[in-house]
Design a protein around this ligand. Structure first.
Ligand SMILES: [Zn+2]
Length: 136
């Protein structure tokens, strides 16, 4: 398994508190600084700096997983829309240089406890509620 030292997404200890799903190729975790309620990330198990560096099989698989959790989020959180995207490079807003896909549920009526743009850290209560909802 290709891991990178000092990469937070390669550090299983760092992410296990927010992990929803794991298989041989990827994990689904809650974003620690959600831009909207239910903001999740699909992260590769192996370290690739971004999507362009990852093999097609990993990209395809991870988008399938993103679709699955996107659908689940629409259902369980009753979101009105969804942003599924990946950022490549700092200029595109990539903060952690490890391939990940954002799943961001969008709402016509914003939940006031989520402050879009400020990326406030998720509260323990919000985190536990979402983990209960999405963990299999
Ligand atoms: Zn990494």
């Amino acid at each position: 398994m290709m891991k990178k030292k000092d990469c937070i997404f390669c550090d299983d200890e760092q992410i296990k508190a927010t992990m929803i799903f794991e298989d041989a190729q990827c994990k689904v975790i809650l974003d620690k600084f959600p831009t909207d309620k239910g903001h999740m990330l699909v992260i590769s198990n192996e370290h690739y700096d971004n999507m362009l560096e990852a093999p097609d099989t990993a990209v395809t698989h991870m988008y399938k997983i993103a679709k699955r959790y996107g659908k689940l989020a629409m259902m369980k959180l009753k979101s009105d829309g969804m942003t599924i995207t990946t950022n490549i490079g700092r200029s595109a807003g990539q903060i952690v240089m490890h391939f990940h896909i954002h799943i961001i549920p969008r709402y016509d009526q914003k939940d006031p406890s989520y402050d879009f743009g400020s990326h406030r850290e998720i509260s323990k209560e919000q985190r536990d509620n979402l983990l209960n909802m999405f963990k299999e």
